[in-house]
Design a protein around this ligand. Structure first.
Ligand code: NAD
Ligand code: TDX
Length: 333
């Protein structure tokens, strides 16, 4: 039995990971989460109280983090400000949580010699040309574009430094774009799905030719657990499921699934510094640790996700108006 501390465990991916731990392991889990606008207590509903507890707190609260880390065998670090658009309008919280928060966690893991897995993003590598035959690998140089991705890159560098300088027992994963249940309506797929469910139209930045490499959140969870168990200390593993699609292709799939005409979307103002394409080569994770994704069919995973949003209107509807108002203020609605 392991005691695992999951930071950001009330967010989209963190909550999915907690469900994964309860379903597939005998771990006892503590969630440390500040419960920002992005968090969702409902995503943790129904989990057994003897297996999962929630501590409401800040990952940058050093005394709290030191105490919690000392009570656990391992930490999986999801807590972050996660939305690129927000980082362009207000970068401060991204520096505080993503960089200072990771620093606090590293100091606590150093003090208690606690195993750490740091969850990061493929965005630290910048972007690829649309016609580039290369994909990102663990050897791709860091080249982040936005305050979000720069702050995540900074947190990765801190983890690497604490491994090398202090012997902290950490691994890092950099994953591509996640989709699935419980993702906030500010993000691309939930925003477009809920726009259509409310009778509106998808809002696509620029020309819609940007490419993202989609992975189901459940596959991200299984990969993180695999790395926590079997990953080599100090190593980085890229996580991806060969899911490259243009944004317009994803919108076309959403419109088709919901019975709307293929041209029933709007092109809106582009994101500043908008990364063109992400693409992950996850050969290292697959060959070294034997991981494979179970959602091989993006169309099927997306269809199930759209149906989930149609069935969970009570969860997302309270956040929809404010989210769209913020986009409207930026000319992106
Ligand atoms: P999210 O925004 O849905 O959830 C983040 C969670 O962290 C929320 O519950 C929030 O309350 C919590 N949090 C924020 N600041 C905190 C603080 N100071 N202290 C404690 N908790 C705090 O994000 P997500 O999409 O689930 O992403 C989780 C992690 O995965 C992030 O580190 C992100 O960089 C990484 N990631 C995300 C994706 C993606 O496609 N969403 C892809 C690759 C990596
Ligand atoms: O309304 C929109 N219209 C649109 O065209 C929104 C919200 C987004 N987009 C585009 C921008 C991107 O090309 O869709 C693509 C995906 O956008 P986001 O959902 O904001 O994701 P992205 O910026 O790619 O970052 C995501 O993947 C990597 C997560 O939010 C990050 O946390 C993760 O690190």
């Amino acid at each position: 039995m392991q005691r695992i501390l999951v930071t950001g465990g009330a967010g989209f991916i963190g909550s999915n990971f907690v469900h994964h731990l309860v379903a597939h392991t005998d771990a006892v889990v503590s969630v440390l989460d500040k419960l920002t606008y992005a968090a969702s207590r409902e995503a943790l509903d129904g989990l057994p109280a003897e297996r999962v507890s929630l501590v409401v707190g800040d990952v940058a609260d050093q005394p709290l983090v030191e105490k919690l880390v000392g009570e656990h065998d391992a930490v999986v670090h999801f807590a972050a400000e996660s939305h690129n658009d927000n980082s362009l309008s207000e970068p401060g919280p991204f520096i505080q949580t993503n960089i200072v928060g990771t620093f606090c966690l590293l100091e606590a893991c150093r003090k208690h010699d606690t195993r750490l897995h740091h969850v990061s993003t493929d965005e630290v590598y910048g972007d690829l040309a649309l016609d580039d035959p290369q994909r990102f690998t663990e050897d791709t140089p860091y080249n982040p574009s936005s305050p979000y991705s720069a702050a995540k890159a900074g947190s990765d560098h801190l983890v690497r430094a604490w491994v090398r300088s202090f012997g902290v027992r950490a691994t890092i994963s950099n994953c591509s774009n996640n989709y699935g249940p419980w993702q906030h309506v500010e993000k691309f797929i939930p925003r477009q799905v809920t726009n259509v469910l409310e009778g509106g139209r998808p809002k696509v930045y620029g020309a819609g030719t940007n490419v993202r490499d989609w992975i189901h959140v459940a596959d991200h969870s299984s990969a993180v657990w695999t790395i926590l168990q079997h990953g080599r200390i100090g190593e980085t593993y890229l996580i991806g499921a060969d899911g490259e699609r243009t944004n317009l292709e994803v919108v076309a799939m959403i419109l088709a699934h919901l019975g709307r005409p293929a041209d029933d979307y709007d092109l809106v103002a582009d994101r500043a510094g908008h990364d063109l394409r992400y693409a992950i080569d996850s050969t290292k994770l697959r060959t070294e640790l034997g991981w494979t994704p179970s959602y091989a069919d993006f169309a099927a995973g997306l269809a199930a996700t759209i149906d989930w949003y149609a069935e969970h209107r009570d969860w997302w509807a309270p956040h929809k108006h404010a989210t769209e108002a913020a986009y409207a203020a930026k000319g992106q609605a």
